[in-house]
Design a protein around this ligand. Sequence first.
Ligand SMILES: Cc1cc2nc3c(=O)[nH]c(=O)nc-3n(C[C@H](O)[C@H](O)[C@H](O)COP(=O)(O)OP(=O)(O)OC[C@H]3O[C@@H](n4cnc5c(N)ncnc54)[C@H](O)[C@@H]3O)c2cc1C
Length: 471
Amino acid sequence: MSQAPPAGAPRRNGEVSHWMAADTTADPTPVEAPEPLPEDADLVVVGGGLTGLWTAYYARQRRPDARIVVLEAARVGYGASGRNGGWMSTLLPGNRAVYARRAGVAPVVAFQRALIETIDECLAVLEREGIEAHQVRGGQLSVARTEAGLARLRAAREGHLRFGYTPEEVELLDGEGFGARVAVDGALGGLYFPATVRVDPARLTRGLARVLRAQGVTVCEGTRVTGVAAGEVTTTRGVVRTRDTAICVEAYSAALLGGRTVIPVNSSVVVTEPLPAATWDRIGWAGQECLNDAAHTFVYCQRTADGRIAIGGRGAPYRYASGLTGDGEVPLATVRALEGRLRSFFPGVELPLAHAWRGSIGVTRDWCAGVHHDPVTRVAVVRGYAGHGVTAANLAARTVLDRLDGVASPLTALPWNEHDSGRWEPEPLRWLGVHGMYRLFGAADRWEERRGSTRTSLLARVGSRLAGLHE
Ligand SMILES: Cc1cc2nc3c(=O)[nH]c(=O)nc-3n(C[C@H](O)[C@H](O)[C@H](O)COP(=O)(O)OP(=O)(O)OC[C@H]3O[C@@H](n4cnc5c(N)ncnc54)[C@H](O)[C@@H]3O)c2cc1C
């Protein structure tokens, strides 16, 4: 007999994610009986998340006869791609000031333009391939609820304009303009990014896998890769000889790339039950925008296709020695914290919780993503989106294929190619650093709220410096 959840807790906790549990379009192939493992391939992709699947997709488009194999340790969408907040956003997967210091501003502008255009590319593929991922181009709203947050958003807009956005792509809203879209309590103003698309992560990821299988790509679930060498990939089910390999395992990179390259930083999400029409009349949100706030401990939200609110944020951010989150069960304290933030957005509104889960984002030492390729071993690696991988995975995939093909293209000139992020400190410094940063951010938020300050707290600036996040 299953145990009842504690009073007021969500009905479900873990089970990978609400998206994965609720998706009725799942491929019927059971993980326990995976597709036969081929002995030879032209391209082996390690990881059945968005990066791996997009890589396989474009490889198939380019070479209709190529033998392409995706190897996934658990099942397609088990990682961040099946657990995320569903923002196909314009936000760069990295710190643009860091990229600019190495490469100059113009390549970062080109990167930003390529990323924004990638959203159109993704939508075009979904349309062409008949993938119904509940995609809606409602844009992204960032709300400021403190004076300091509002000042930060204004400064962020200046940065966006300097690094490649047009004024129409990042609009400033006053409190009234913001409230006309979503009635967030205490909204002083915000930013609106019209290009952002809301998606259902599981439908997107599994939809891609379904298309791949129909196009003759072998997708082996339940197949963990234990070693990658030139021309050969070793798995728990045998060895595959291959010409090219792309490693796309993001937060799970430690086992294949070493523990100090990418660390898993956790993000948790709770989703409500479907809310009644009267609630939506009160809240608004008719545009189905993705929504976040300007707090240092920011949250991100979406209104789902079936009228729920999903809200995500940090909480329990990092486990000692890069521990992973398994099937994603969330500590109750984190559920409570997210629920509290949601209730503060919409006070007095009934918001019964249905499901909570968490997953890990892959973070490099300088919080910048990188696309890497060794022309000798013919192994490519994508890593470190730091929580902004839904759009970037598509761009990374096309970039990886240009690199594997030895093509010099606008994509291979973007500054994340061979970006060296350095290495994380050994433990316990890593644990202390990540936890210290989030503590400082939490304290900074409380200080700014209490003081009504128009300036960002010094604590947050120290936290950003600690993480290398400052611009
Ligand atoms: C809670 C949460 C919310 C997020 N929200 C957003 C958002 O709204 N917008 C956004 O842009 N980004 C968001 N992100 C980040 C985004 O989801 C990721 O950047 C993106 O999905 C990464 O895709 P991926 O394919 O590189 O990695 P993953 O999706 O993690 O896929 C890696 C896959 O590799 C498999 N694997 C691992 N090791 C092995 C091995 N040895 N052999 C074979 N397979 C292996 C894993 O099982 C996994 O399925 C969020 C992430 C989380 C966790």
